[in-house]
Design a protein around this ligand. Structure first.
Ligand SMILES: [Zn+2]
Ligand SMILES: [Zn+2]
Length: 133
């Protein structure tokens, strides 16, 4: 049992890294499609959820809830601090290709007497393919 769950966790981790900030549902659909097997051996949505939770707790992936569509949690295999950009139409989330501004932590912290460790920025707008529609 343990071996199987480790293997499944590895597959979920790979899917998160491979896909672009996927939801649990997207990870599930990807794995179902990628590894078609006899029904009883297929990974279940509950297993995907459980593994995503364990991977997040273990710090192997992170979850993004700020700035994404209401109630939808997306997962990220990239762990260094970085910003995101989200499409208001299709809901897709990508990495924003601008560098993390460490100085913002200091500015915000100094202004409030906080030892600021991190900040989260999600830009929003309309992605290229939605603009083309
Ligand atoms: Zn879009
Ligand atoms: Zn990211």
């Amino acid at each position: 049992m343990e071996r199987r769950s480790t293997k499944q966790r590895g597959a979920v981790l790979k899917a998160v890294i491979r896909l672009n900030h996927p939801t649990a549902q997207e990870v599930y659909e990807y794995l179902r499609e990628k590894e078609p097997r006899a029904d009883e051996k297929r990974i279940s949505l509950a297993t995907v959820y459980r593994n995503l939770q364990i991977l997040t707790e273990d710090g192997k992936i992170s979850s993004l809830s700020a700035g994404t569509a209401e109630g939808v949690i997306r997962y990220d295999g990239r762990l260094d601090p970085h910003y995101h950009i989200r499409c208001e139409i299709c809901g897709s989330v990508m990495d924003a290709h601008i560098g993390y501004m460490e100085t913002l932590n200091k500015s915000a912290g100094d202004a409030r007497g906080f030892a600021v460790k991190n900040h989260v920025i999600t830009f929003s707008g309309v992605c290229r393919s939605c603009q083309a529609k």
